[in-house]
Design a protein around this ligand. Sequence first.
Ligand code: ADP
Ligand code: ADP
Ligand code: MG
Length: 460
Amino acid sequence: MADRAIRLPGYFPGETYLNAKRIIEAAKSVDCDAIHPGYGFLAESSDFSRACRENGLKFIGPTPETLVISGNKLACKKLAESKGVPVVPYSHEAVSSIEEAIRFSKEIGFPVLLKSAFGGGGRGIRDARNEDELRQGFESAKREAQSSFGRFSIFIEKKLVNPRHIEVQIIASDDSNEFVHLGERDCSIQRRYQKLIEMSPSPVVDEDIRKKISTLAVTTAKATGYSNAGTVEFLRDSETGNFYFMEINSRLQVEHPVTELVTGVDLVATQIRIASENKLPFRQRDVKFQGCAIECRINAEDPFLNFAPTTGKIDFLNLPGGPGIRVDTALQRGIEISPYYDSLVAKLIAVGRNFEEARKRVLIALDEFSIVGIKTTVPFHRAVLKDERFSRGEFDTGFVQSLGLSERIHSKFDNDYFIIAALLLSKNQFSTMIENSTEERERRPAWLIDNRNGRFIDGI
Ligand code: ADP
Ligand code: ADP
Ligand code: MG
């Protein structure tokens, strides 16, 4: 959709989107004024932000000085704590030995989490319910911190039992003088500490709570000298309803569309305006919240096979549409999904007057969503969105595991679905999608079309 595109040579992220020098060269070659770093790769890199500055390019995001603080979970927690923002008990310094880790964990009590101070995307987090698990997790957490984030620094934090993940979207002027919040997002539907479904508003946040947590968010962001768009993440203790600061994500987030749909604010356009004009284009009192939006991350992963990443060519694609439906994607028929990048291939977002309307719209859209050629998380989303507890807004970060979903879908896949599919095929109610390619048929032996309505039944 860009007016001009420059291809970066190479395949691996290190050669392309993680290569600051190449990106800056490309930007200069076409006289760019500024760089929007997106939400992966170098988006939170203080070095990249600095390199832009040194090359006369405006980095659309916080200053390198702020990024140094926000990129360090430990430093950020200390700063938040010093401003009176609640945090869960944590080791104030990085732990360097297993003895130290055990001593501290006993002090705050198990269960605990081991986290990389410079981590992100759910990677490098280890769970320990007791000393044994801590011993096991410690070395691998250290290794992962080193291999993924280039630094050993890991710390310990008290683990809350099945909290909710609730985050606040903030935006600040370039000189960090004006701050506005755009409400919260509930991102509690996660697997392995990674978000899969997000929504705004949260079913457990009312106006009073929103006021409270947005104040905590702005206080924390201000302390880091924040500018441009950012997200302040909190955990909500399911027992007490108390909120604890977790980290700042100093960039646009994957789940930003849900905020855009309930506030009517185009976050990316706002980011660009802030970078070019310094001022915020609106004030807090101009921000109005309307309705509810839900986002499903469509990943190229097989929910029937423990979410293993899948690759392949997109043979057929039908994207849903209609009132209240937004699909953010670069998918096209014929393109190849390679193993080189993140597995996120599309985001399906629905907005409605309330949670129930948004939920129903997502479900309809999921039925219309057909991708042939790769496995996706579409069936997973369908299962969650149809769940009764989810429909009542009763969910937390333990929800996905409590469903025993991958096993449940798996056994369906192995038994009943297969038998039903065979029966329906024999009665001519269904036909297989690809009939003339043996090779394809072997890969997906029973990809079905329902002859009565032409719908695809995926995942069978
Ligand atoms: P976090 O989980 O840290 O809060 P988000 O949920 O906003 O972050 O997701 C940001 C994510 O961007 C990273 O965790 C990563 O999964 C994703 N990302 C990284 N590289 C790419 C890429 N090439 N394409 C799409 N997404 C990417
Ligand atoms: P990342 O940078 O990888 O996003 P976070 O610190 O934001 O790491 O944590 C990711 C997820 O892990 C959270 O969304 C939450 O589900 C879970 N989590 C993090 N800290 C805790 C905690 N102290 N207790 C329980 N769950 C936690
Ligand atoms: Mg996080």
